[in-house]
Write a protein that binds this ligand. Structure first.
Ligand SMILES: [Fe+2]
Ligand SMILES: [Fe+2]
Length: 278
């Protein structure tokens, strides 16, 4: 399908979110806004404007929402369902779990979004490293969302090329900074999530300045570019097209993720057994 980049960007403020709106407690309004925009793109329905939020909250208003919740926003999706429902019993993991097993049995809330990102990266002719980075860039949000770029890079670092973990680590900070050279704009979603007058903290700004000058800047930037386009909450992308890339680029430990004694094995065990009290 041909997509006019400018029209598309104009019509979608926060495409990353659209693919996981179900999980965002306070994003109901935004979800319908996104869906309406999506429908408008399909149908040309002029009514969509009415669903746009009249104004985005301020950072202070976002702050005030904290005590309206039973949980903190940083907690991972698999630990606290944003629907308010009870958690479900999870299917057992095989004894030597692979990355694919985690995709099929544990990354329930994030896999649709990352598969769409990786699919777009593949369509756009990205390198295997970028495609893999897109495929992995947000899955750590199953356990923790705060600073998910750093957590995610750490989770994958022992198993992927350095450039892939670099791109995963820094996509988070780059999301706050536009890059017109590749058509990346500040997402409307962030106006909703952080407040219209939000200023990223100094460590994010410093990270951005460092990455901006780094020779691998574009690797991290291209994750945000393909992230932005991964928007359709109804599209279902299979993991199948990525199995060969995973085979070539991801060092699957024979003992299984979590059993391999790597510095991050405990993180994999935490994802595998989230009902473990200690
Ligand atoms: Fe992300
Ligand atoms: Fe993302």
């Amino acid at each position: 399908m041909e997509i006019d980049r400018k029209t598309f960007l104009d019509s979608l403020g926060g495409p990353e979110a659209a693919s996981r709106m179900d999980s965002e407690a306070r994003a109901d309004a935004l979800e319908s806004h996104m869906m309406a925009e999506l429908n408008r793109a399909k149908t040309g329905d002029p009514a969509w404007d009415q669903t746009k939020p009249e104004k985005y909250p301020t950072a202070a208003e976002v702050e005030a929402q904290i005590e309206t919740r039973k949980y903190r926003e940083g907690v991972g999706f698999m630990y606290v369902p944003r629907t308010g429902e009870n958690v479900r019993r999870l299917p057992p993991m095989p004894p030597n779990p692979t990355l694919l097993d985690f995709f099929k049995l544990r990354f329930m809330e994030t896999s649709n979004h990352v598969l769409q990102s990786a699919n777009l990266a593949m369509k756009n002719g990205m390198t295997e490293d970028i495609i893999l980075a897109c495929l992995l860039h947000d899955v750590v949000q199953e356990i923790i969302r705060t600073d998910h770029g750093w957590w995610g890079a750490q989770l994958f670092e022992p198993y992927v090329p350095e450039k892939v973990s670099f791109a995963i680590r820094y996509h988070q900070a780059l999301r706050y900074y536009p890059d017109p050279s590749v058509g990346y704009e500040y997402p409307d979603l962030y106006r909703q999530l952080f407040g219209s007058d939000y200023v990223p903290p100094p460590y994010i700004e410093a990270t951005y300045q460092m990455v901006r000058k780094h020779p691998w800047y574009m690797d991290a930037r291209l994750v945000t570019v393909n992230d932005l386009y991964a928007f359709d909450p109804n599209a279902v992308v299979s993991i199948e097209p990525f199995i060969d890339i995973i085979g070539r680029r991801f060092k699957q430990p024979i003992e299984g993720l979590g059993n391999d004694g790597s510095p991050v094995a405990h993180m994999w065990r935490t994802i595998a057994r989230p009902d473990q009290p200690l």
